[in-house]
Design a protein. Structure first.
Length: 151
């Protein structure tokens, strides 16, 4: 199973539609769970990160492979990402991806993670990034199954 923990709600209908579409596509290959947690309302960055950290920790299991999305993380091409997912499932029953809020992720979450993943040095809106992550997960299953989609 793949779990995605996200800070922040999706408001835009076009992002909601894209997320639902990729959820449907991914469901052919694996169970997918998306957990949306509220942004902290604090304007104090350290307080906001602390509140969000505590919320995220409630959903983490020591049995799962934890991958946090962070700009300083490792970048993969789609084939290497697909291979990484395939290798993780040899050892772990679940992969949990974590997408932080507007202030990023608390250092304790990054330290608890097995790996940090970056898609780019650029900054993306978190809702758009959720769609990008889902698309890459879907693409990785297509690659693993030698199905046409990946070019």
């Amino acid at each position: 199973m793949i779990r995605i923990i996200c800070i922040g709600k999706v408001k835009e209908s076009y992002f909601k539609e894209a997320i639902l579409e990729y959820q449907k596509r991914i469901s052919k290959y694996t169970k997918l769970e998306i957990i949306e947690l509220s942004d902290s309302s604090s304007s104090d960055i350290s307080k906001a990160l602390e509140v969000e950290k505590e919320e995220i920790l409630r959903f983490l299991s020591n049995k799962d492979y934890i991958c946090s999305l962070a700009i300083e993380g490792k970048q993969y091409d789609s084939v290497a990402f697909s291979e990484k997912i395939e290798k993780i499932f040899v050892t772990y029953p679940n992969i949990t991806f974590i997408i932080g809020g507007s202030y990023g992720l608390h250092s304790a979450i990054k330290e608890k993670s097995h790996s940090l993943l970056s898609f780019s040095n650029m900054t993306f809106p978190h809702t758009l990034f959720r769609v990008l992550l889902l698309e890459q997960i879907y693409r990785s299953y297509r690659i693993q199954n030698h199905e046409t989609y990946h070019k």
